[in-house]
Design a protein around this ligand. Sequence first.
Ligand code: ZN
Length: 268
Amino acid sequence: MNLVELIEQFGTDAQCRQTLEHLRWPKGVTCPACKSDKISRIFGRDQFDCDSCRYQFSATAGTIFHDSHLPLTKWFLATYIVAESKKGISANQLKRMLSISYKTAWYLYHRIRKAMEEANPKPLSGTVELDETYIGGKRRYVGRGSLEGKTMVLGAIERGGDVRLRVEKRKKASKKVLHATHETVNHRAEEWVRGDVHTNGIEVVWSLFKRSIVDSYHQISAKHLDAYLDEFEWRFNQRENPNLFRDTLIRMVKTPKMEMKKLIEKPA
Ligand SMILES: [Zn+2]
């Protein structure tokens, strides 16, 4: 899908709403409260009425779109931009592109990311490359080999397959983890050399990752790093999916609502 098709198909809120309804209930609308399929449309409103339990709801009720004052057309544009930007974009850029406030853009971006999170990632198999990288920290330590203030990110990639990234939080154990990781990497390296000559998959991931996230990491709190990793993973693992935009929307309409206060509260 290109931009012209996007505007043609999702240029109005009615088009967007109809699409979400279909993506959420491909076999027909069911009640989120009691699962009944005896549903009536409420005339003149974008709502349904459950004939069994009388619950009234919209296509976006209880989802990540819940209670948003932003027009659905902007949600669709934002989702398209985020899903299609190979290196990701900043909330500031989203703000400018959609003529919305920074706060709205930031919250919007976080909710799209939430939908990109893999709740139950399947284990990687076959030849898996492991590596770690460090990001953030004080600028003055850059290039001096110090790990002070940096956050370690562990990465694993299945050859020709999916990548998994996560923040390594165990600070004290990090040396141990590092060591184990290197052993595995070295061990795997022997396998690669005997096999076909191939690119070092995880290096490609880090290079993409650093260009997209690390460059702006000094503005990103460690608390939200996991969310950035989720976004990166989703886009990378779906890199050959021609229906990435649609599939992202499906995730969004199946992801429960997330409130702003959850995002800004201090970690425990
Ligand atoms: Zn019901």
